[in-house]
Design a protein around this ligand. Structure first.
Ligand code: ACO
Length: 399
């Protein structure tokens, strides 16, 4: 087999591929997707099985190290993560310098970028022990940073992590506990959040993962690479879609516009309006994660006794869109984030935290890809070509 860079050198040919629709930038053994058949597998395991049987940290191990951990390995991994949840006190104060109105995604990427200033002892990309330490630090500290971003926006005091709790329960307490009252984790919320995080853990070469790999290909440290990935996730065409879906549903509700009329506006591309949470670059039949999330939405809202008009509007939108030729012809189906916002809202998270939850979910995938890239001897700095369409050489005007 011959790779494209060799072919390019031999033939002088360059492919122009906006959005990298047909260009593979790497080989990878982490995640398999068949977009036509709606198949997603982590290291060979069907996403349905992983979501039903695993935990966030066990799935992280699977993605990063390639196989399921033994019970002893998993317990050791969980303990190690638990021991690294505390943030440096100066980093706690870092939040004081940011406005309370800051979007939590901006806070998250800034704080992760700042991790490389506090943890200079684990920045090497070549020393396996340092890579391991950074991996653990990121898994342990990202949820704490995320919860502090939430608390900051509420004007509430930060809590210290409670290391007697599981990963997800600790995260819930950091977000919803206060210093004034004891906090009881609701097991329905905990189980549902764990499942949603697992569903987001990896999705091969999506925009944020490709960003992590591109930045990492310059030999930048893992904190810098993942901070860049968080910024890529922020956009509404990617992870920001979960917040945008809720905004869209709320606007439909508040305006009293019928779902049919809204869909007409989408089809007419009025002001570039899109049906957020619909469509996917790879899935052209259905997104297997969306199916699981929709089940969770019904379960969680029923178990919490929440009745939300926005869930009804979402279901109506899905039904109208799936029966419409515009969406059928373009193979547009609900993606993973069509229903997540309704669940996160029922759990008590504000919409601005939704993409932050996606980032915590995606973190193990970003780490796995960064590590895979650095272990691959074929890795080269990412440097796309361009086709120049500007002016030919021009003479500088004489005075
Ligand atoms: N609503 C309305 N029309 C859409 C939508 C949508 N959500 N998505 C795509 N289309 C239309 C486009 O207008 C285009 O129509 P045309 O052929 O008449 O020009 C056609 O479908 C193809 O669209 P592209 O933008 O070329 O598809 P692409 O694969 O580049 O985009 C994307 C995929 C970005 C996900 C797109 O479907 C979208 O913007 N969806 C809404 C945002 C969203 O939910 N993003 C989350 C993605 S999943 C994730 O990151 C977890």
């Amino acid at each position: 087999s011959i790779d494209i860079s060799t072919l390019t050198k031999q033939t002088g040919l360059t492919t122009l591929d906006y959005g990298f629709v047909n260009t593979a930038a790497t080989k990878s053994a982490i995640t398999y997707i068949d977009g036509d058949a709606g198949i997603l597998r982590y290291r060979g395991y069907a996403i349905e099985d992983v979501a039903a049987n695993s935990t966030y940290l066990e799935t992280a191990w699977l993605l990063i190290y390639g196989s399921l951990p033994t019970p002893t390995e998993l317990a050791g991994f969980e303990n190690r993560v638990r021991r690294h949840t505390l943030l440096h006190e100066d980093l706690r104060r870092f939040f004081d310098a940011l406005p309370h109105t800051a979007h939590p995604m901006s806070v998250l990427s800034s704080a992760v970028s700042a991790l490389s200033t506090y943890y200079e002892d684990s920045l090497s990309i070549h020393d396996p022990e340092q890579v391991e330490l950074s991996t653990i630090r990121l898994l342990a500290k990202l949820p704490v940073i995320a919860a502090y971003a939430h608390k900051k926006s509420l004007g509430q005091a930060f809590l210290y992590p409670d290391n007697s709790l599981s990963f997800v329960d600790n995260f819930l307490k950091l977000n919803f506990g206060t210093k004034a009252e004891p906090y009881e984790v609701n097991p329905v919320v905990s189980k549902a959040l764990e499942r949603l995080l697992i569903l987001h853990e990896d999705h091969e070469q999506n925009a944020s993962t490709s960003t992590v790999r591109l930045v990492g290909s310059t030999q930048a440290n893992i904190f810098a690479s993942i901070s860049a990935g968080i910024n890529a996730l922020y956009g509404p065409a990617h992870g920001g879609a979960n917040e945008a879906v809720l905004t869209m549903l709320q606007q439909i509700k508040d305006s009293g516009e019928s779902v049919e009329k809204f869909v007409e506006r989408v089809k007419n591309k009025e002001d570039g309006v899109r049906l957020m949470g619909f469509g996917h670059r790879v899935y052209k039949n259905f997104d297997p994660r969306a199916k699981l999330v929709k089940e969770s939405a019904d379960e969680v809202l029923a178990a919490l006794g929440v009745q939300d008009d926005l869930l009804d509007i979402a279901k109506e939108l899905e039904a109208v869109a799936l029966a419409d030729d515009y969406f059928i012809q373009r193979k547009l189906y609900p993606n993973v984030d069509f229903y997540t916002g309704v669940i996160y809202k029922a759990m008590g998270f504000p919409p601005r935290m939704f993409t932050v939850l996606f980032a915590i979910g995606r973190l193990p995938g970003w780490i796995a890809h960064w590590r895979e890239m650095n272990q691959d001897p074929a890795t080269k700095i990412g440097r796309p070509q361009q086709l120049y369409i500007g002016e030919p050489e021009r003479a500088w005007p004489s005075a």
